[in-house]
Ligand binder design. Structure first.
Ligand SMILES: [Zn+2]
Length: 100
């Protein structure tokens, strides 16, 4: 029934739109229960480990990666990604795909 499971911390709107094949401009809605819970938690930094775990599930573009982190600031996701690249744990190929 479900093509793939939804990450616990993924915005419901982003997940739904991705489920129906959208991949561009997926921004967290900031009003669903997942986004609200995130807001209540306050702003958390994205840990490189969390990003690494996601990248290990399969190749994805930077845009897709950022979209997977519902209520996080894209800059925080990119900072975590930079750390992983600097450590040689992930790489971005010439087509913009992140690979573990
Ligand atoms: Zn949301």
């Amino acid at each position: 029934m479900f093509a793939y499971s939804r990450a616990e911390d993924e915005c419901r709107s982003v997940w739904l739109r991705r489920y129906f094949g959208e991949s561009d401009g997926l921004e967290p809605c900031r009003v669903c229960d997942v986004c609200m819970a995130r807001k209540k938690d306050g702003r958390k930094k994205v840990s490189p480990e969390t990003v690494a775990k996601l990248v290990h599930t399969g190749p994805m573009t930077v845009k897709e990666l950022v979209a997977r982190f519902a209520a996080e600031e894209p800059d925080d996701v990119l900072a975590a990604l930079d750390t992983l690249i600097a450590d040689g744990r992930v790489a971005i190929d010439p087509t913009g795909i992140i690979r573990a």
